[in-house]
Design a protein around this ligand. Sequence first.
Ligand SMILES: [Zn+2]
Length: 229
Amino acid sequence: MLNPRRHVLRLRSVLGSLICALLVAMMATTQPARAECPLESQTPVYDIGFEFLRDLLISTKSELEQFFDININEFCLDEEEYGAYYDMEFGNLVLGDSFLLEKANPPGNVNNVIAIIAHETAHAFQHKHGLLNMLVEQNPHRVKCIELHADFLTGGYMRWRAQDFDINHIKLTTMFYRLGDRVIESDSHHGLGPERYVTFLQGFNTVAGDVITLSSMGIAYVSQADCDE
Ligand SMILES: [Zn+2]
């Protein structure tokens, strides 16, 4: 004869085991041991054999996370990427091998590389605070406002870094000038050389108590730049 109470208890224990198994399966699939670089062509900077470069990139990531008060999942070098970008899907920073070498050359231009990484981290900051949409809404036809705002934040970061390191901001402004493009009609237009130059410099010359204030000052500055023209 079936004991109804026992049956319920047994059912509960079976359900409990099933739920436990499901939780274990979910933990196994949703909690990787560490963040990863998703593409075959990418390598986490932690795996770089050159100690100087590895330590530089890891410490830069850490400093940027502190300054921007954000978390970067993984920092990846990509042998098939020419430029650099922030991967919103994975929360990763990606830097092209050849781009890294080009910007670090001649030796001694290490701050150029750091400024490039800072610019991409500024995009992570914009993403976290919903500024990508806001800046686009202000000027719906161009990404230029977003890019100039990132240049402004980069200037603020390099000023912050200059408290502890010897930074030649003339070299940096020269690089931003050269990063400018003239494809004004394109939706991917990042800004003319002189615009990127003065925006970076304005950020460098701005002293703000925290990154949120710096960002607000950057938005006010960029909004004067007629980004949609
Ligand atoms: Zn950018």
